[in-house]
Design a protein around this ligand. Structure first.
Ligand code: ADP
Length: 170
């Protein structure tokens, strides 16, 4: 099967896919950045389900409804806080992308959109984060059947150009 990976510049809350991924925190408590934007746009049913779930360890993922979003589901994953690079950050970031896609596969979701996890408040260097994202998604997709398309939704131009470079199209 021909799998597609694409880079989009924009706001992930506006993307119409089967699931968008949220860069959440371990308490699933909502916050600033993309997390706040998703809860604002999606409405309270997403937070209600987050409360039922309780929490999510760094590197793992959980799934909720998509509320009023154009996306049907939200996959909440918790990226690592950048701490200099010797605190397992790379493995944990790769795990976010992998676990999110495995959850999408479990729910038979075809199209999944990711934000640039950990590159905002959590401070992960953007180039390195993008390399891990692209590599992990490419590898994981090879072993999945239902997930067919992955979008990297970049909010800023810097991330957009970094992702386009890693994916080999400018
Ligand atoms: P983290 O805590 O994982 O670093 P942030 O939300 O602070 O999460 O940032 C993650 C990335 O999401 C950043 O690159 C930020 O620019 C981006 N971002 C913020 N708002 C949106 C949005 N509405 N759509 C897509 N990406 C967003």
């Amino acid at each position: 099967m021909n799998k597609k990976i694409q880079v989009i510049k924009g706001d992930i809350t506006e993307i119409q896919v089967d699931a968008i991924v949220n860069a959440a925190n371990e308490q699933l408590a909502g916050g600033g950045g993309v997390d706040g934007a998703i809860h604002r746009a999606g409405g309270p049913t997403i937070m209600a389900e987050c409360r039922e779930i309780g929490s999510c360890p760094t590197g793992q993922a959980v799934i909720t409804n998509g509320g009023k979003l154009p996306a049907n589901k939200v996959i909440h994953t918790v990226g690592p806080v950048w701490n200099g690079g010797n605190k397992n950050e790379a493995e944990l970031l790769a795990s976010c992308y992998q676990q999110s896609l495995l959850l999408a596969e479990e729910y038979q979701l075809k199209r999944v959109a990711f934000p640039n996890i950990s590159t905002g408040v959590y401070g992960y260097p953007k180039k390195e984060a993008a390399r891990i994202a692209v590599q992990t998604v490419e590898e994981t997709l090879r072993n999945l059947n239902d997930v067919e398309e992955v979008y990297f939704v970049c909010f800023d131009e810097e991330n957009e150009s970094i992702y386009k470079e890693w994916l080999g199209h400018n």
